[in-house]
Write a protein of this length. Structure first.
Length: 559
């Protein structure tokens, strides 16, 4: 850690350049330390622009690996699609392996197979890589709902990699069951663990056990484990037994737990269909007249406490086919509230997110709730989509609402939108509470870290007179960093030193020491050698950090 800090300081002083081998090594060490975004920033700053430059391919491989780890699969695929023709084989193979995984994960099966074919037939993958690629090709066929292609690829894989391990056999069975191919899945019945829920589902779907037996076993296992496969067993049991309430309960639970976009979209479609079929049956049984929305709504409300699944089906009917906008909006809100109270909030989110319903057609209160669900599950772009155009909620302060939008926009990569929201908190203010100032400073710093220097500078300059001393330190430090980045060394030194002096009179903490050191570096760069010497000497008297002391002695010798 000491050596890493010294190298970081050297980089800050300009002693480590992009072409220095230590630059790439340092960036890899940042990755090992878990600083993924910081490492990506270093890649973007330091990678040579010329693709023919030495080590460009190593930088590019590291960049795409970071994009993969940060979940930025679309950015990864965009760069992987334009690799230069002279790319060395080893890094290119690693990059295309990442691209195959990313394409499968984002449901782009054809692209995954294109990259996989190039690796398999042109880039001489190792045995382990080839094996993984063939499994990914199978998954790409499953994602594209190409059942026959997936099944025949499985058979060829089994032929080449006998005996098939239990995990792979289970993956094959699960995929084929998802595609409605229980007959084909029986090929791997013996390879699945007897205790696996997948085996129970396969035996039920293949007609090897009765619905009652499967239901009893699934419920017994759900008491120990909430595996979604057991709910799939119960959903199939419900279809066989024509139990609409159980079918809705199962589909809602499966939807809440579905991981892939394809599974989620399929479950949403199935759930809406079952909702409407159940509502029609309930309406016929209770002699509800089509178009009499008030009677349907009253009947649905009476079912909420005793038959919540049927109640949601009735509200779903009104949400889609209600005569008036008010009726549809009321029904939408009741569905969201009911699913939330039933601990199926993700089902509510996906039900409205993936059903092709225009956001403007959804009740405003329901949109607030759905956006909050998305935000709490780290889906900021989805949250912003539901919140777009809404006024400040009645139970939330205006500043709090804008800070919430700014934070979500940053997590979604919408930096300009985040800055606009933060500006509304800062403009025309004479002061800010310590909490608001602190949160605003953190958001402005994230905007700076995202590379939006001009936006961040404007925000920090607006925030500086509004903040108290505790927040001013970080604001001044950030302004020093901004001016240092544009080679305005005297101005940067001024901000850094002001940041350090805010805490004057107290024992210096880590931020004050760092600000002093950076002030000294920028004074030296500006040619103010005597001023720089004073700061380095101050550090030698006051710092106990061995790396800072070593660095200060080294820089003093240069003055």
């Amino acid at each position: 850690m000491k050596k890493l800090l010294v190298v970081l300081l050297l980089w800050a002083s300009g002693a480590v350049s992009a072409q220095d081998p230590d630059a790439l090594d340092l960036t890899r060490r940042l990755v090992s330390a878990g600083a993924l975004q910081l490492a990506l920033n270093r890649v973007e700053q330091s990678q040579p622009r010329d693709t023919a430059a030495p080590r460009w391919a190593e930088w590019e491989a590291l960049r795409l690996n970071l994009l993969h780890q940060l979940g930025r699969q679309s950015d990864l695929l965009q760069r992987a699609n334009i690799m230069p023709a002279n790319m060395p084989v080893a890094p290119l193979r690693g990059i295309l392996m990442l691209a195959v995984r990313a394409a499968v994960g984002t449901g782009q099966g054809a692209l995954a197979r294109e990259h996989a074919a190039r690796v398999l037939w042109q880039l001489s993958p190792g045995p382990g890589e080839a094996k993984e690629l063939r499994l990914l090709v199978i998954e790409s066929h499953v994602a594209d709902r190409q059942g026959n292609a997936a099944f025949h690829s499985m058979l060829r894989y089994q032929q080449d990699y006998q005996p098939l391990d239990r995990d792979t056999a289970t993956r094959f069975v699960s995929a084929l069951l998802e595609l409605g191919m229980a007959k084909e899945a029986v090929n791997w019945l013996g390879g699945v663990d007897d205790a696996s829920p997948v085996k129970l589902l396969l035996r039920l779907r293949a007609g090897l056990i009765s619905a009652d037996t499967a239901s009893a076993q699934a419920r017994a296992q759900l008491a120990k484990s909430n595996s979604m496969v057991y709910w799939q067993v119960l959903e199939h049991v419900a279809v066989l037994q024509k139990n609409r309430a159980l079918q809705i309960e199962s589909l809602e639970t499966i939807l809440a737990g579905a991981r892939s976009p394809q599974q989620q979209a399929g479950q949403v479609q199935a759930l809406w269909q079952v909702y409407l079929a159940t509502a029609q049956e309930a309406g016929n049984q209770n002699q509800l007249l089509t178009g009499d929305d008030a009677t349907w709504a009253s009947f649905a409300a009476r079912q909420l406490s005793t038959r919540p699944f049927v109640s949601r089906a009735l509200f779903a009917q009104l949400a889609q086919q209600g005569q008036s906008r008010e009726t549809r909006h009321h029904a939408q809100l009741q569905i969201v509230l009911s699913l939330q109270s039933g601990k199926r909030e993700l089902a509510a989110l996906r039900l409205f997110q993936l059903a092709g319903i225009e956001v403007d057609a959804i009740d405003h209160q329901a949109r607030y709730l759905l956006g909050g669900i998305a935000d709490s599950h780290n889906l900021p772009a989805v949250a912003l989509r539901f919140w777009q155009g809404l006024n400040t909620p009645a139970n939330v302060g205006a500043e709090e609402w804008q800070l919430r939008i700014a934070a979500a926009a940053l997590r979604a990569g919408m930096v300009d939108r985040a800055a606009a929201a933060l500006k509304t908190v800062l403009i025309n203010r004479k002061a800010l509470s310590a909490e608001l100032a602190q949160r605003s400073a953190v958001l402005a710093q994230e905007i700076l870290d995202a590379g939006k220097t001009d936006l961040a500078k404007e925000l920090f300059e607006t925030l500086l007179p509004l903040a108290g001393p505790a927040q001013q330190r970080s604001v001044l430090f950030a302004l020093g960093r901004i001016h240092e980045g544009t080679s305005q060394f005297p101005v940067a030194a001024d901000y850094y030193l002001r940041s350090a002096l805010v805490a004057d009179g107290r024992p210096p903490d880590a931020l004050a020491l760092q600000a002093r050191l950076l002030a000294a570096l920028n004074l030296a760069r500006a040619g103010y050698k005597d001023d720089a010497r004073m700061q380095f000497e101050w550090l030698l008297r006051n710092s106990k950090d061995a790396a800072q002391l070593e660095f200060s002695r080294r820089e003093l010798k240069k003055l």
